[in-house]
Design a protein around this ligand. Structure first.
Ligand SMILES: NC(=O)c1ccc[n+]([C@@H]2O[C@H](COP(=O)([O-])OP(=O)(O)OC[C@H]3O[C@@H](n4cnc5c(N)ncnc54)[C@H](OP(=O)(O)O)[C@@H]3O)[C@@H](O)[C@H]2O)c1
Length: 265
């Protein structure tokens, strides 16, 4: 994958892993279009990266959970003459609580962001990449993609979708000059994910990795044409062995582990 002088669209770039992607890609001299809702945060990051690396960095403040948002984002990018060679579908949220206690609209909004927007942006840009026989898509999944997670049931299911979708697309496209990869990290440090999912304590207690490791693993996997990558030895081992444990046993053990973290939203 060639980076220098090419362009990348990064969603959810206003904090956490998305910001780390933006920093790493600007460091590789890519022009960037950064999308998220927080205009001020995006602008601060963009100005910093443009000054540090002398690259074009633009921002779009947009709520990707709105159904027409991916189409609007494409239109804005087209109007600005911004054609991404790399699409990083990173924006995502989780909610840690018993499913029945979370307002349904919040759960559906999570599916619209984690799943629908990711599929829509991929669907809008992939045909163009295939026509050019060049380009890449990085989809941020999660280690929660490898097994159901009680009290994070919708989140884990949304990430299982992301992993399955990405690997399917990898197989469809790898002979046509386009790379698709899913990165599936466990807990990651220096993100706002835990605080938003109301799981700060849970994440603090779990072993976490720096967000830069996630980005490095994703870019390495992209360079190696791999369909997916799980950064971190412990998480990678857990993901690989998840399927070996009897399903019912696994569900009961995970339920017990997450029960104490789950609380009313
Ligand atoms: N942190 C972890 O432990 C962990 C582990 C595995 C996977 N992940 C995945 O990593 C990805 C990034 O999360 P993170 O950990 O970096 O958390 P984060 O710091 O909370 O970042 C989430 C990003 O998504 C954006 N976002 C949230 N809702 C949005 C919306 N409706 N429209 C547009 N943008 C929206 C946020 O920006 P605004 O609020 O400004 O919109 C922010 O830039 C997510 O897909 C998450 O599921 C995280």
């Amino acid at each position: 994958m060639q980076y220098r002088g090419r362009s990348a669209l990064v969603t959810g770039a206003s904090s956490g892993i998305g910001e780390a992607f933006a920093r790493a890609l600007a460091g590789r001299e890519m022009a960037l279009l950064l999308a998220a809702r927080s205009e001020e945060r995006l602008r601060t990051i963009a100005e910093d990266l443009a000054a540090r690396h002398g690259v074009r960095v633009e921002t779009v403040s947009i709520d990707l959970a709105e159904r027409d948002a991916p189409g609007r984002l494409l239109e804005i990018a087209d109007e600005r003459g911004f054609e991404p060679d790399l699409l990083v579908n990173n924006a995502g949220v989780g909610v840690l609580a018993p499913f029945a206690e979370v307002p349904l609209e919040r759960q559906l909004e999570m599916i619209r962001l984690n799943v629908e927007a990711l599929v829509a942006l991929t669907g809008l840009y992939l045909p163009r990449m295939l026509a050019r026989r060049a380009g890449g898509v990085i989809n941020v999944a999660s280690s929660a993609a490898f097994q159901p997670v009680p009290y994070l049931a919708v989140y884990a299911a949304s990430k299982a979708f992301v992993l399955s979708f990405s690997e399917g697309l990898w197989a469809e496209t790898h002979r046509h000059g386009v790379r698709v990869v899913a990165v599936a990290p466990g807990p990651v440090r220096d993100t706002r994910f835990g605080e938003r999912a109301e799981m700060r304590t849970a994440l603090a207690e779990l072993r976490s990795i720096p967000r830069e490791h996630v980005v490095a693993a994703a870019l390495d996997a992209l360079d190696r044409h791999r369909p997916s990558v799980v950064p971190g030895l412990t998480t990678s081992f857990a993901a690989r062995t998840a399927g070996l444990i009897p399903r019912r046993l696994q569900l009961l053990a995970t339920e017990r582990l997450f029960r104490r973290y789950a609380h009313r939203p």
